[in-house]
Design a protein around this ligand. Structure first.
Ligand code: IMP
Length: 464
């Protein structure tokens, strides 16, 4: 007993000494070149997605041992640019470009195996070795019926389209919650898989026919589906594992984990602009359930925001600029969906929304992306409050119909009207650009630690 006690205390003492050393070195504070948190760091979008999270994940990856994708599916699209080359990712974690980093697709993801294999083969063809990939056997699998259901159920009861990406995401998550018709990666390796597909196809065929009696040619063929998915399963077999156990062990052995969110917090199924949301917890609250990590392991959460706001698909967007300002932002920022190529809706930075999602997600710092896109604007606006039913508020409404009614109140800041894409440090930024970034951090109440002025890794400023 006594021995165990001493061992525990010496271990405790080591941790305590390590802890004080890290505080003394300022390791909790910011991302310098040599600094990073022990435990898990998370990168989460604080708007409606497409905040350029992939770039920041890619940069932070070199200081981590493991990168985890934990929610969403092939609805996400990340672009990573380095050495003059552009790579597009959808399901594969952005850590894939560094062979010594383990990439994990965790149980909270809905996996389209065909997309996954195509994406992996595309990377291999470009010379990226994809040996460092693991996929959770708990991940739910997108099946052919999910695409049909997505097409047929894209509408809300109010008639406005959600404008889904048509990747079967919502239907797959619906089956996960419903349980009876769900298929997880681990199920593909079980003897009863063909029988299970047959049973589900019988039911789904009736369901789909009920929803769309004209859609006869879309009948599900259980035998073909089984054969296709068994081939995918074979290809994925070397990567399929219990990633929850893997990550918990990694935490225990002091590995540094980076969790990569998909979409953005305003699309969170529980806390976003419901029903114009995606079907997973895309805010910071989804990290633990999606990855299978305890809350206490999260040391740092980087909230990613664009210097303006965009949205794809339906739903209210208070600061939208459906005019020449919105068009200028779209042109300068190439605001077209990575996955669907749909033009994104563009507008001013909404600090009411970002403050809400930063608090909800537990952001410990911010990364302001695409600041260079605003360089041609003589004046820039930030929405600091909403007016709802004649009253000013800095709270984000819970009901989408209230969000439709809000009138944004803005402050106007002078633009900088010069090219900032070559800025290497905070001091290289024009004073008006510094003031704009500072103001955003001030209103949200979270420090800005990273500013991005272009797509390349090198166009990134770490704020002291
Ligand atoms: P779903 O995720 O395909 O079901 O689409 C639901 C809503 O989320 C739609 O408005 C989509 O446009 C939006 N959405 C899904 N994924 C992304 C993303 O990666 N970026 C931006 N919007 C997204």
């Amino acid at each position: 007993m006594c021995g165990v006690g001493l061992e525990f205390f010496s271990h405790y003492d080591r941790i305590r000494r390590l802890f004080s050393a890290r505080v003394a070195l300022g390791l909790f504070g910011c991302f310098g070149s040599e600094r990073c948190a022990v435990g898990a760091t998370c990168v989460v979008g604080l708007q409606w997605g497409d905040e350029a999270k992939g770039k920041i994940v890619d940069i932070l990856t070199e200081k981590h041992d493991i990168v985890v994708r934990y929610q969403g599916g092939a609805n996400a699209g990340h672009t990573v640019v380095f050495d003059g080359k552009k790579y597009k990712l959808s399901l594969i974690p952005s850590g894939i470009f560094r062979p010594n980093v383990q990439c994990v697709v965790a149980g909270g993801v809905v996996l389209n195996p065909q997309n996954f294999i195509q994406e992996m083969d595309g990377l291999i063809a470009q010379g990226i070795d994809c040996q460092n990939l693991l996929i959770s056997t708990r991940a739910h699998i997108i099946m052919p019926w999910h695409f049909e259901e997505d097409r047929l159920m894209n509408r809300t009861t109010s008639g406005e389209n959600i404008g889904t990406t048509m990747r079967g995401i919502g239907p797959c998550y619906r089956d996960k919650v419903g349980r009876s018709w769900a298929i997880r990666l681990g199920d593909l390796y079980r003897e009863e898989f063909p029988q299970r597909v047959k049973m589900i196809c019988e039911t789904k065929n009736r369901l789909l026919f009920g929803m769309d009696p004209e859609g006869g040619e879309n009948r599900l063929d259980a035998e073909k589906i089984t054969a296709d998915y068994l081939l995918y399963a074979d290809r994925l077999r070397p990567m399929a594992t219990d990633t929850t156990a893997y990550l918990l062990d990694a935490l225990d052995s002091g590995k540094k984990i980076l969790c990569e969110g998909a979409q953005g917090a305003l699309l969170d199924i529980d806390h976003g602009t419901f029903p114009y949301v995606t079907s997973s917890n895309s805010s910071g609250v989804g990290v633990c359930s999606g990855a299978g990590l305890p809350a206490k392991s999260i040391e740092k959460l980087v909230g990613i925001i664009k210097a303006y706001t965009t949205r794809v698909g339906g739903g209210p967007f208070p600061t939208e600029q459906d005019n020449e300002i919105g068009q200028l932002i779209r042109d300068e920022g190439n605001e077209y969906g990575t996955v669907t190529r749909r033009p994104r809706r563009c507008g001013w930075f909404d600090a009411v929304a970002a403050r809400y999602t930063a608090r909800l997600s537990g952001a410990t710092c911010l990364s302001v992306m695409l600041l260079d896109v605003l360089s041609k604007l003589p004046e820039i606006q930030i929405c600091t409050e909403y007016e709802l039913n004649g009253e000013r508020t800095s709270h984000f409404p819970a009901h989408v119909d209230d969000l439709r009614l809000v009138k944004p109140h803005y402050i106007t800041l002078p633009g900088w009207l010069e090219d900032i894409t070559k800025a290497q440090s905070w001091d290289d930024l024009p004073t008006n650009a510094q003031n704009y970034v500072r103001k955003i951090g001030e209103i949200i109440g979270v420090p800005v630690e990273i500013v991005s002025v272009g797509p390349d890794r090198k166009q990134t400023i770490f704020v002291k």
